[in-house]
Design a protein around this ligand. Structure first.
Ligand code: 5GP
Length: 122
């Protein structure tokens, strides 16, 4: 399932440049090209999983690791004490743009309330 181009494969393999802040056997993390906060980093599994719906028990080690790496990068960026937000978008209603799962790490300023869409229709 590939709804749009998947540029993240090319960033992970080094074919396309990105500001990579962390990489290991399982994950690659790089700065978002259109940051929505002073710090906006994407943490991406090296293996393609298109959406959170395709996650299986086999991915549990990987997805535990993504949180360990998020905390490590937050410390590296100096935003761990003040705080930050971790987001994963799934499919259209969440506005997923790249169909290769990724965790957004956002911080560097007060991020405001999370969401209030209680008055929106389903
Ligand atoms: P999504 O909406 O899928 O959760 O988030 C995709 C994110 O990828 C967006 O915040 C977007 O700015 C970022 N993005 C899209 N293309 C590129 C790119 O070529 N390089 C980088 N570094 N980020 C990208």
């Amino acid at each position: 399932m590939m709804k749009t181009k998947n540029i993240f494969n090319d960033i992970i393999s080094g074919k396309i440049p990105a500001d990579i802040v962390y990489q290991d056997d399982l994950l690659t993390a790089f700065r978002d090209i259109k940051p929505k906060a002073p710090i906006h980093i994407l943490i991406v599994p090296n293996e393609l999983i298109p959406t959170c719906n395709e996650v299986t028990e086999n991915n549990e080690k990987l997805l535990g690791h993504i949180f360990t790496v998020a905390a490590k990068i937050a410390r590296q960026e100096g935003i761990d004490k003040k705080g930050y937000r971790l987001i994963m978008n799934c499919n259209d209603h969440a506005g997923q743009e790249i169909y290769h799962i990724h965790m957004h790490l956002l911080g560097g300023c007060p991020l405001g309330p999370m969401l209030d869409l209680t008055n929106k229709k389903a």
